[in-house]
Design a protein around this ligand. Structure first.
Ligand code: BGC
Length: 764
């Protein structure tokens, strides 16, 4: 029988071990808070657990109490606020707390700073496509500088939910489908927002890991829908990014709207207490998602009072905008339904966060009204955002080197995204000036230094119908063109006829992905498909510049167009970055972090699947896993992205063919830039545990390096293989690696890989 040896990690599912890892208690803080709490009434303690909205951003149904904000603060009934926009406003609200409330406890101000603040960076899914952790950290740092200048000391970011289903609109807010990459990105973002421990400066803000947990796995990709998952899948495939963020020191965690194991996350004691606090050693505070305590009754787990108590008992410290703690906890304590100890515990955690931020020392730390003029939308921030955008674009196709374009060309920019400022931004930019970004037309003119002649035509409406547009924009403005469809198209064909090349600027509109924006069809909107067909019929060379917040099923486009550059939603500087890449000043290096399906019937689709007993082939085989009507491939695989140059991979060489549980070995591959341009390549390492006590995926990403290689040069890339990379949660949820054979695969995406084998042995 196969012998097992088990390496129990320091961070595994034993509360005992996690206790040991707890940080040293801060005696001064504990004393200060104990004294303060000694003076607080029950209502004031519950007030600290009550978070209300300032109403400047809409991220859920607003409570009718919203207009009595000052009155509630005055009574000590509010601990923190979200969505109060503007440092002057924040200062005025802080004034009420500091000058008019009995105990003068400062408020915390939170905001969804998701991909930048005044300077918008690419949406998170795009940032992930850079595979550049420094770049991602710099984005979070820049966002923290700008947000803190506006009074924000707490961001509801990073969103680290793994998703394997792009029908789910919130895929745009995360890093894609991979647990390892998601974990690395989560750490980089926490570091960027929070900086070094201690919040020594007023540009460091608290991060909030969300949405804990499994929010990215709703049935059928429908937002807020049922999640049902085995514990093994949770631990092995979905938990890692949350855990990584907690280990990186994230101060706060937001629970998710969905259920986990038939209990809503908001009231799930196993999740919030056993896993988060006991197993992972999290010591910070837990906030609900927007008004989610109110949802508990609708989930069907009890009446308003009992569900509110259940949320508190589960470990929820702050009630965001549900007013459930505010209305129900005082009575529940007085009637003995809930212990004051639980209120004290949650209140202490909120006060600790304020203490750590330095708000008791200086409640106005984040209220410097002179900062916005110095810190918003600076040249430096914009330069960073432009660089990030250029790095995030993914070149999906480039037949016959149609790209890059010559600067002195005559270019027809055609499509509703070509001359539209808000369209550059993507979701989560609404409290800011949505007309700030340059358009593609402006970007191309600027980057070509006036050499290119740029023509423009709208070409079609962005959506099938106005009703659809209204749903997408949810009461916000959208640009409508009152001409007939025929007039709009005729103009476009006329403009195309005058140009050397067509740059078709099409795709999803800026709010088509994001919260409550699930889609059951991932094609380009119909009018856009028709426009493309008409443009192809002209015979002009066409580059599709594709805007999207999620993978799309662009089969026809892939087959019929020579070049496709996926630009996501690149932020305020996207237009210049599009120019940089289209004209070749920047060589594209982005790689996909989620698999693009051929059709929605393939979903959920992910590269790290298991073999099954009847493994799939590429094409249909009777009695093999597969479909009659579509091949088993993605349209574009995880890790895929082209460059203007070519990278060739040598064989994988291992420093040894055996290692033991204390050992390590090195895998080396030579990568050659065999084209004629310098460029960045993301070299990816995957590992397969060939036979284990439970079924393991055929490959899992375990490392990557983004390297710059000059044209004609070769570089040796080394990856250290350590036992940690071989571990997984076994049937008993112990984190182990098991002896046996492993396959090491290295390449440019999850499919084009070179491989070698080694054996993990018990002793050498
Ligand atoms: C979203 C969260 C967000 C919160 C506060 C909710 O609707 O799910 O991601 O942080 O609103 O704006």
């Amino acid at each position: 029988m196969r012998k097992l040896f088990v390496f129990i990690s320091l961070i595994l599912s034993l509360g005992v071990l996690a206790q040991e890892s707890k940080t040293k208690p801060d005696v001064d803080m504990d004393k200060f808070i104990t004294e303060l709490m000694g003076k607080m009434t029950l209502e004031e303690k519950i007030g600290q657990l009550h978070q209300i909205s300032g109403g400047d951003v809409v991220s859920g149904e607003l409570s009718s109490e919203g207009n009595k904000v000052a009155q509630q603060i005055r009574k000590g009934g509010v601990g923190s606020m979200l969505n109060a926009k503007g440092v002057e406003k924040v200062k005025a609200l802080q004034d009420v707390a500091m000058k008019e409330s009995r105990l003068k406890i400062p408020l915390m101000f939170a905001m969804d700073v998701i991909h930048g603040y005044e300077t918008a960076f690419p949406v998170p899914l795009a940032m992930a496509s850079t595979w550049n952790l420094e770049q991602i950290e710099a984005m979070a740092r820049t966002a923290a500088i700008e947000a803190s200048a506006d009074g924000v000391c707490w961001t509801f970011s990073p969103m680290v939910d793994i998703t394997r289903d792009p029908r789910w609109g919130r895929i745009v807010e995360g890093a894609g489908e991979d647990p390892f990459l998601g974990g690395e990105i989560a750490k980089a973002m926490v570091k960027g927002y929070q900086g070094e421990p201690g919040y020594a400066t007023n540009t460091q803000i608290m991060a909030c890991v969300k949405h804990f947990a499994l929010y990215g796995a709703p049935d059928a990709g429908r937002d807020y829908h049922t999640v049902d998952m085995s514990r093994l899948r949770m631990y092995n495939d979905y938990f890692n990014p949350y855990k990584a963020a907690v280990e990186a020191g994230a101060e706060t965690v937001m629970s998710s709207f969905n259920e986990v194991d038939n209990i809503p996350a908001t009231a799930n004691k196993w999740l919030l207490d056993d896993v988060l606090r006991k197993q992972w050693g999290f010591e910070g505070l837990v906030v609900t998602d927007y008004a989610s305590i109110n949802d508990l009754v609708r989930h069907g787990i009890g009446d308003p009072v009992s569900t509110t108590i259940r949320a508190l008992e589960a470990g929820t410290d702050i009630d965001m905008e549900a007013y459930a703690y505010h209305y129900m906890l005082p009575e529940a304590v007085k009637t003995g339904k809930v212990s004051i100890k639980l209120i004290d515990q949650a209140c202490r955690r909120v006060l600790e966060a304020k203490y750590k931020l330095g708000l008791f020392e200086n409640p106005y730390k984040y209220c410097d009204v002179t900062r916005p003029s110095k810190d918003f939308f600076t040249k430096e921030h914009r330069a960073k955002a432009r660089q990030a955008a250029g790095e995030s674009f993914v070149l999906l196709k480039n037949e016959n080197n149609l790209l890059p374009l010559k600067k002195n060309s005559k270019i027809a920019v055609i499509g509703p995204h070509g001359n539209n400022r808000p369209m550059m931004l993507g979701p989560w930019f609404y409290p800011h000036d949505i007309y700030r970004a340059a358009t593609v037309v402006e970007g191309l003119k600027e980057v070509s230094g006036g050499q290119a002649e740029i023509l423009y035509a709208r070409g079609c409406q962005p959506f099938e119908s106005e009703e659809y547009a209204r749903r997408v924009y949810f009461g916000k403005e959208f640009e409508k063109d009152n001409r007939s469809d025929e007039e709009i198209l005729t103009e476009a064909l006329d403009v195309a006829g005058k140009a050397d090349i067509v740059v078709a600027t099409l795709g999803e509109s800026t709010e088509m992905s994001g919260e409550s924006s699930s889609r059951s069809n991932l094609d380009l909107p119909k009018p856009q498909q028709e426009l493309l067909k008409a443009l192809v019929a002209t015979g002009k060379p066409i580059v599709l510049v594709l805007f999207t917040g999620r993978p799309l099923t662009i089969n026809w486009e892939k087959k019929n167009l020579s070049a496709i550059l996926n630009v996501w939603f690149g932020g305020t500087e996207a237009a210049y970055a599009i120019g940089d890449v289209l004209f070749g000043d920047v060589n594209p290096s982005g790689k996909l972090t989620s698999s693009w399906p051929q059709n929605v019937g393939q979903l959920p689709l992910y590269y790290n699947y298991k073999n099954t007993g009847k493994p799939m082939d590429k094409w249909f085989q009777k009695f093999r896993s597969g479909y009659l009507d579509v091949s088993n491939e993605p349209l574009f695989p995880f890790g895929y992205g082209l460059s203007y140059t070519r990278f060739d991979y040598g064989d994988v060489k291992l420093s040894a063919n055996k290692m033991n549980e204390k050992g390590r070995l090195t895998a080396t591959v030579t990568v050659t830039n065999s084209g004629d341009r310098d460029g960045y390549e993301v070299v990816q390492l995957y590992i397969r545990d060939v036979a284990a006590s439970i079924i393991r995926p055929l490959k899992e990403l375990k490392g990557f390096q983004k390297v710059f290689i000059k044209a004609g040069q070769s570089v040796d890339i080394d990856f250290e293989i350590i036992p940690e990379l071989l571990k997984f949660y076994n049937y008993d949820l112990n984190y182990v690696c098991e002896p046996g054979d492993f396959e090491v695969m290295i390449g440019c995406n999850c499919e084009q890989l070179k491989s070698a084998k080694f054996t993990l042995v018990e002793s050498m």
